[in-house]
Design a protein around this ligand. Structure first.
Ligand code: PEP
Ligand code: MG
Length: 612
């Protein structure tokens, strides 16, 4: 190790902590295609058989997925039917067999060629619908190729030892299925601070760096790497000196965490007596243990969609009811805020229609998706309402509400479900509080009108920042514009808090900003009295709250709100933090100042490739 030169790759540190270990390169889409000519008739016959077997296996897999789809999603079932037709389509199926028989190509190569040829024919046609089928061709091709290569469809299952996963991209569903005992750290080419993969890495306490753009090209499989999840640095083939240094940093990090976690179970009260409610965001019921261990005073956000994403079929009302009831009972008498399904954009499930949208973040997601598929929405609402009767500690929350019209439509369905339960004598908590997330600028603008319809607001800054600045929260190329300290964002929060106070309803903040201790003084200064965050962040945030004076924070915020850019505000905040909480800044180094280090070596966008 000492002789070689280490290589530094920069990305966005999204989950603090240090990992040192072997890199495991997860090749999501690239399948290496073997190329050889078949020697004799016997080899040709066997290759034809192998191809037919892979096609049949793929057919069975598709049939299986189709069976598990929720009956409401007819479009998705239709897509799978198209896949099945493609499998047996003569230009693909017969052509592949011809290439094996006549040109003696091995099956993988023959299939790649026939798909390419069909794709070229499709592109030449002046028909948008046919052109859009190229993606289907490739998806079917990938399935058959994986079966020919004997590869698992879930690549994470192939990992058998403790490693640092290096991937081009990881979907939130992949991340939620990570085996914790085998995952030391995560590094990806794509992603941003608040992409859901980053959120899960934080809640699972896995050091992670995303948005490196080049990690899968620069880190060799099996190489030793260091991941610094706070600064966003990845070191491949480190020198002995670097390994020693990072072992020391890891120890310092762990000691600091141990020290602050001692007071995590006390109430978070500022030095001038303001009590702040600190709750946990969770994605799965299993995280309740971490939430309780870290001193959460309730669940401020249960991202219910993850229960749907982590399974192959659509959960029925009973499965949902059991999950919600157990969670409510585990947390009682503390509140559990259940957010209705926030699927769509990057959060996808296998049973759910993968609609092709040019701008999924602006598309059929979240509450819009629920209103589009009311049966699905009703099933979830029934389950939540039934569960609410047990400990009377459930609060219901609608995500991504853009205005009063949408809220009224959702409330109408809620009312109908309640009436149906009453008619059939199924009990529920009739006083269950209802809230909306404030995460689109239009909701901020009509917050006064929304406030008349609900019992509480929860500000979702992850999306609020995305939509107010107009940048994709998961896109590493515009990550530099993802500015929680943008004056517009701070004004939106201030406005929402003021409206909530005037209407006498609670305003909480559950975006990732709440869990970044750097922003704690700002949020206190904006007069938020309830914060919800990933469980691991609770001790740090409580520690800072207890060491702050709310009045000082208010004065500080009043001053920074006069500044014009996020950068100016960031500098002022950095100076103040350095003076008051130097150890917090040192250990977590959230990197709000411009990067002094050299830029990343390759800024070109890394495209997904199907074949290599
Ligand atoms: C948010 O947008 O801030 C939020 C909490 O919701 P999610 O991250 O799940 O979109
Ligand atoms: Mg959101």
């Amino acid at each position: 190790m000492t002789e070689q030169c280490s290589k530094i790759i920069r990305g966005i540190g999204v989950s603090p902590g240090i990992a040192i270990g072997k890199a495991y390169l997860l090749e999501r889409r690239r399948i290496s295609i073997s190329q050889h000519t078949l020697e004799d008739e016997k080899a040709v016959a066997e290759e034809c058989k192998r191809f037919e077997a892979a096609v049949s296996k793929t057919e069975m897999e598709l049939e299986d997925i189709k069976r598990r789809i929720h009956p409401g999603f007819t479009e998705h079932a239709q897509v799978l039917e198209v896949y099945q037709l493609i499998l047996r389509d003569p230009p693909i199926h017969n052509e592949t067999l011809r290439l094996i028989l006549e040109e003696k190509l091995n099956a993988q190569l023959a299939l790649v060629r026939s798909i390419r040829k069909a794709g070229e024919r499709f592109s030449a046609l002046d028909d948008e619908y046919i052109q859009s089928r190229i993606a289907d061709l490739e998806a079917v091709g990938e399935r058959v190729l994986r079966n020919l290569a004997g590869l698992e469809h879930n690549l994470l299952d192939e990992i058998k030892e403790r490693v640092i996963i290096v991937a081009h991209d990881l979907s939130p569903a992949d991340t939620a299925q990570l085996r914790l005992e085998r995952t030391l750290g995560l590094v990806t080419d794509m992603g941003g601070r608040t992409s859901h993969t980053s959120i899960i890495a934080r809640s699972l306490n896995i050091p992670a760096v995303v948005g490196t753009e080049v990690a899968t090209k620069s880190v060799p499989h099996g190489a030793i790497i260091i991941v610094d999840g706070a600064s966003g640095k990845v070191i491949a083939n480190p020198t002995d000196e670097e390994v020693n240094l990072y072992h020391e940093r890891k120890e310092e990090f762990e000691n600091y965490l141990r020290a602050i976690s001692r007071t995590a179970h006390f109430k978070a009260r500022t030095q001038d007596g303001h009590l702040i409610d600190v709750e946990a965001n969770i994605e799965l019921q299993e995280e309740v243990v971490a939430a309780k261990d870290n001193g959460a005073e309730g669940i401020g956000l249960y991202r219910t969609e993850f229960f749907f994403m982590n399974r192959v079929d659509f959960p029925d009302e009973e499965a949902l009811y059991n999950d919600y009831r157990e969670l409510a009972e585990l947390m009682a008498p503390k509140w559990v805020t259940m957010r209705t399904l926030d699927l769509g954009a990057e959060k996808l499930a296998t049973w759910y229609p993968q609609i092709e949208e040019a701008n999924p973040a602006l598309g059929l997601r979240s509450i819009r998706l629920c209103l589009h598929y009311p049966d699905l929405f009703r099933t979830q609402l029934r389950a939540i309402l039934r569960a609410s009767d047990h400990a009377h500690n459930i609060r219901l929350m609608f995500p991504l509400v853009s205005g009063v019209g949408e809220l009224l439509s959702a409330k109408k369905i809620l009312r109908e479900v309640k009436e149906e339960l009453t008619r059939t004598r199924i009990p529920f908590d009739e006083k269950m509080p209802l809230g909306v997330m404030i995460e689109v600028p239009s909701a901020v603008a009509v917050a006064d009108m929304l406030a008349r319809e609900v019992d509480f607001f929860s500000i979702g800054t992850n999306d609020l920042i995305q939509y107010s600045i107009g940048i994709d929260r998961a896109n590493e190329h515009v990550a530099y514009l993802y500015e929680p300290l943008h004056p517009a964002v701070l004004r939106f929060i201030r406005h929402t808090v003021a409206i909530g106070r005037r209407a006498n309803i609670q305003v909480s903040l559950c975006g990732e900003m709440a869990g970044e201790s750097l922003y704690t003084p700002i949020l206190l200064g904006l007069q938020l009295t309830s914060l919800s965050m990933n469980p691991q962040a609770i001790p740090r945030v409580k520690n800072l709250i207890c060491r702050s004076r709310a009045e000082d924070c208010r004065r500080f915020v009043a001053k920074v709100l006069r500044l014009r850019t996020a950068d100016e505000i960031g500098r002022r905040l950095h100076t103040m933090m350095l003076e008051k909480f130097p150890e917090e800044l040192r250990v977590f180094n959230p990197g709000i100042l411009p990067n002094e280090e050299p830029p990343r070596e390759d800024r070109s966008r890394t495209k997904r490739k199907l074949y290599s």
